[in-house]
Design a protein around this ligand. Sequence first.
Ligand code: FES
Length: 225
Amino acid sequence: MTWPADTLARANDIIARYPKKRSAVMPLLYMAMKEDGRLTDDGMRQVAELTGLTPAQVQSVASFYVMYKTEAQGKYLVSVCSSISCFLLGADDVLHAVEQAAGVPAGEADDEIGVEHAECIGACGGAPACLVNFELVEGLTPEKAKEMIDWLRNAKPDVINADELQTLFGGRRSFDWAIKDENGAVGPYPAFPPFGTAAHNTPPLEPGRLPSGSARSVPLEGGAS
Ligand code: FES
């Protein structure tokens, strides 16, 4: 298998940023996921060819990290943190609400939604927290989690953006000073513009203003501060 020319050009740009091309293995694995919708043997062979690693070495990296998925995760991967801070503040109830609303048990996926529990996602101050396509939403409740799943099923957004998730469904945040998320994810992998896994030119979101295509079009009360 050979990737399309634009993907190969992007991969070579990324490889050129590192002193040794093998160091680009992780970003290239995300690109492989985007190409095939999941990590395939062919995709890993392509990464091996580009980085000079053996396919076995690439597979050993891919199998070590949980974010590299060899099974399709649907269009939206919902990862509910179940580590200690989130657990103490109701993560089990949030996960249960997500599973019930999606009709998908943790660890499984249908064509549209995958559900999984995740270890600490670095948002303990905004617990309970979860990721949708690796975009963060904090201060979830079971009710808001259900609304979020219903929104994914009904609105079917093409881009998942953390600021939008937080405005629609979030509560207390850990990082009000964080950089605005201006890109957003286009699939169940992290959104990095240089890797081609992010939406381009998503307009910056102002507080209380939702992008066109959102399920709601009026400013919300009680959203992120
Ligand atoms: S314990 Fe859930 S984000 Fe850290």
